[in-house]
Design a protein around this ligand. Structure first.
Ligand code: AMP
Length: 363
């Protein structure tokens, strides 16, 4: 089968690395050169809105999927006229807009932080009246890794936040003093079958995922069931096919939905080494119409992101149990360059392995 992927970043690379053993061939649409998918498939080097290139990209493919969600809606719709696209352009559209996303959560009874759309300076004051402070002002589109956000912790911070973000459609959300950040990933097949990975706990640094602990500690069956119920209702409502990630804040006994990602997700990278079937393989199984694979963890797992710097590979590989995944990207501050997974019989041994890798990053 020939699989087309919109985007050629590390997620595309890891999809290909999981799909080649299944007999799949890959073609990417990616504007940048060099890119992490160089060498793992064919690359059509063009902008996402280049209609002629999109048609060339689509020729001979059996299915198209995404590794990047900020693809223009017009491109996703054009592709849908030509061939099978999973997840659908409609699901992509919902996930691209924080307001549409939060309204979808709300319509399904999935709790979220209190929110209010903001389209003007006066609108911001009205939103603050409705949501209260502290709050987080976010761009509705194109935000990632904490970019396009400003915390308004009191009345004095309003002007600065507006100066930083005003002029594009925004959303104001109540700031949630959460106890921890969790995420759940699942896959839904073309036949409607659904599988779920266990809830994982995510630690962030400077707005970027730093470590994932899988499964998340202290998760009751009831909490896992609740998260699965939320994800299931989203996947069923959107008639979703592929892997869907849902980011959650745990606040007391509550689980509040922050955002969803209509693709494989950084908090699922541990599954490459720590689950019976990786998120990458399950995404491909779903979009290609194959049976989904089991999601059970192989003991405990953890993932450490390598952001901005990569330790020498030979030093990582000398640490027993450290599984290195590099993306072939040039080092730049704040850039995700790779990650290390660790798997063990208990959470403390996993942590110890990742601590040893992290120590290599200290100057
Ligand atoms: P996002 O881009 O929406 O995933 O936000 C990036 C990070 O900002 C999250 O992982 C949280 O750590 C933090 N954050 C976002 N929204 C809120 C909120 N409403 N309350 C508290 N922290 C938030």
């Amino acid at each position: 089968m020939n699989v087309g992927v919109l985007g050629g970043g590390q997620l595309g690379r890891m999809l290909a690395l999981a799909g080649v053993p299944l007999g799949l061939r890959f073609r990417f649409l990616e504007p940048q050169q060099p890119s992490p998918v160089d060498g793992v498939g064919e690359v059509v080097r063009a902008e996402y809105d280049d209609v002629e290139a999109v048609r060339r990209f689509a020729k001979g493919l059996d299915v198209v999927t995404y590794e990047f969600e900020n693809v223009p809606d017009s491109t996703a719709r054009l592709l849908e006229e030509l061939l099978r696209v999973h997840p659908s352009a409609a699901a992509l559209r919902t996930a691209q807009d924080r307001l549409a996303e939060k309204q979808t959560f709300q319509s399904l009874g999935i709790p979220t932080p209190t929110f209010h759309p903001v389209d003007s300076r006066d609108g911001l004051m009205e939103a603050i009246g409705s949501v209260g402070l502290p709050a987080v002002l976010k761009t509705r589109r194109f935000g990632y890794d904490g970019k396009g956000q400003a915390v308004i912790d009191g009345p004095n911070a309003v002007e600065g936040a507006w100066k930083a973000l005003g002029g594009t459609p925004l959303l104001l959300e109540r700031f949630v003093p959460f106890s921890r950040e969790l995420s759940i990933l699942g896959a839904r097949g073309r036949d409607g079958a659904i599988v779920f990975y266990p809830l994982v706990e995510n630690e962030h640094r400077n707005g970027i995922l730093h470590r994932t602990h899988a499964p998340a500690p202290l998760v009751s069956r009831a909490l896992q069931d609740r998260a699965e119920g939320y994800l299931r209702s989203l996947m069923e409502k959107m008639n979703y096919v592929g892997v869907l990630a849902l980011e959650l804040f745990q606040h007391g006994d509550e689980l509040l939905a922050n955002e969803m990602a209509p693709r494989v997700h950084n908090s699922g990278h541990w599954t490459q080494d720590g689950a019976l079937t990786s998120q990458f393989e399950n995404h491909l199984r779903a979009v290609c119409g194959f049976a989904l694979g089991a999601c059970e963890p192989r003991g405990y797992a953890g993932m450490l992101n390598l952001v901005g710097r990569v330790p020498p590979a030979e030093r990582v590989l000398a640490i027993p149990g450290a599984r290195l995944h590099l993306y072939g990207k040039e080092a730049r501050a704040g850039r995700k360059l790779g990650h290390v997974n660790a798997v063990g019989a208990d959470p403390s041994s996993v942590r110890a392995t990742l601590d040893r890798v992290e120590a290599l990053l200290q100057p």
